[in-house]
Design a protein around this ligand. Structure first.
Ligand code: CUA
Length: 182
């Protein structure tokens, strides 16, 4: 199952749970209870609900924040600098072949309108992205661990031939362990 399918099923389960909740309330609805009797029960439920949310938020943040997918290069900060210019409708890339394990600093801009610079691996999974904006240079630091063929796809609708805006990237196995700088 792909991650998108998992997301769909989680959404469906959530929708059914909410619909079930409404049906339950509807089935159990009776004439109005006095407020003084209902209030303490509702406040206790609300307190538990917020306490649960707080615990879940802290746990999820503690689990996910250290795994933030932003580039944190393990090797010395000596990136290959690659200039990327987006045009309607093509990518101009100063160098599209890199060594695995060596950080690559993409300096991304656009000549015309906003584009989205998205890097995908051979399984079409996105590994990094940044906006390509006219008048700005956005830096994107990526370390490719796995050699192979990658693709740049435009991530933002930018006109008639947006869908044709892709360009290959190649990551080759590191030559020896020394890794000559360039
Ligand atoms: Cu460039 Cu869409």
């Amino acid at each position: 199952m792909t991650i998108q399918e998992v997301a769909v099923w989680i959404s469906v389960a959530g929708i059914l749970a909410i619909a079930g909740g409404f049906a339950f309330v509807l089935a159990r609805s009776r004439p109005e209870e006095p407020y003084a009797r209902v209030q303490p029960i509702a406040y206790a439920l609300r307190f538990r609900f917020f306490l649960g949310l707080l615990v879940a938020a802290v746990a999820i943040a503690a689990w996910t924040l250290p795994r933030m997918p932003y580039a944190r290069p393990r090797s010395a900060y000596d990136p290959i600098v690659v200039d990327v210019v987006a045009h309607q409708w093509r990518w101009e890339i100063s160098n599209n072949s890199y060594e695995a394990g060596r950080p690559v600093l993409f300096r991304v801009t656009s000549r015309d309108v906003n584009h989205g610079f998205g890097i995908y691996d051979a399984d079409r999974r996105m590994i990094a992205q940044v906006q390509a904006m006219p008048g700005y240079v956005n830096d994107l630091l990526v370390e490719f661990d796995v050699p192979g063929q990658y693709q740049i796809l435009c991530l933002e609708y930018c006109g008639l031939l947006h869908h044709g805006m892709f360009s290959p990237l190649e990551v080759v196995a590191a030559a020896g362990s020394g890794g000559e700088g360039r």
